[in-house]
Design a protein around this ligand. Sequence first.
Ligand SMILES: [Zn+2]
Length: 381
Amino acid sequence: MRACRVCGETISTPAYDAPAPALTSIMTLLDMPTRVFVCDGCGHAQCDDVPDIRAFYDTVYRISLASDGHDQIFAVQTDGTILYRTDHQAAIALKLLELPPGARILDYGAAKADTLRKMLADRRDLAPHVFDVSNDYADAWESWVPKDAQAVYSIPPAWNGRFEAVMSHFVIEHVPDPVGFLRDIAVLLVPGGQLLLSLPDVDANPGDMAVADHLNHFSEASLRHALTAGGFRLKALDRTSFPGAFFAIAVREAQTEAPDPALAGEAAERAREICGFWEKAAAHLDAEGVRLAGQKVVIYGAGFYGSWIMSRVGRSVDVVAFLDRNPHLQGATHFGRPVITPEKIPVDVSAMFVGLNPLKARDAIAAQPWLHRPGLAHIWL
Ligand SMILES: [Zn+2]
């Protein structure tokens, strides 16, 4: 039995339940099962708490610290140019937020705050502030955020009611109490101040459902519910600028938006459908692992899907390499295997497991002729 993290309703049984190990968003394994609970009351889906969550984010969870140039790929364009996530986030934030001249803006759960730094390149008038629950990022802030505009572990009381805008990129999916998180942000804003939230859209990127440290898998219905309870009015919801993610603009405003039971019901049904997909994918991979036991194979994709495949089949088949188009991953190792460019797929492998978003995987593989040769089986999620 669980209480919904958004509306408090009791959820009796998990819709997805896979034994340990669980895979995190930073591709580490946790010794715990992955369980997803779906709420019919508000359309929210949620995972179990991560044990010792404070220590995990303080000392284990280091995003994009490997090198200054390291960043996650947002898209590979048809001419081969790679667009990085924080560049794209900065462009969307500037488009969606209406920032008056000199606006005070806080990046909440900032990590290196690359998005905010890139926004300043276009908007030098903005007054940047950063907050994170880890001390790891102070060096990254040093040269461009004034010392008194940096906060670590807790927010100074003087920041209450201080900001025209707060933005929080890909944080709310990690927090055990998302409504409390939103209330904490609301008090930092001036009345009518804006909040920009980015978060995974599990409907568009079903892999998110199996990420163990994403305690929340929001639907539009549960996001609306949480924002209302947190003291916000949802002003705009952009689901297209960043495929696989929601970008929401909300205004600090006490109001009551009645939840829509039909929207919540549809969201709960969709969440259960995605859980069913993962149950089936796990069974399919177990069977392929047995069928291909001992054979040399590659996994396409060193991101979450590829890592999840590795966690299922890595002990039965001989994974010789990961293929990935991200030049910052190529040359590195992942789970002890080299990451190489897809064009260099070894000639002696008999199968390629495709570890990409299932909604996009077939198009991505079809576009690469070197991945199509006799004797190479493609294994899809
Ligand atoms: Zn709920």
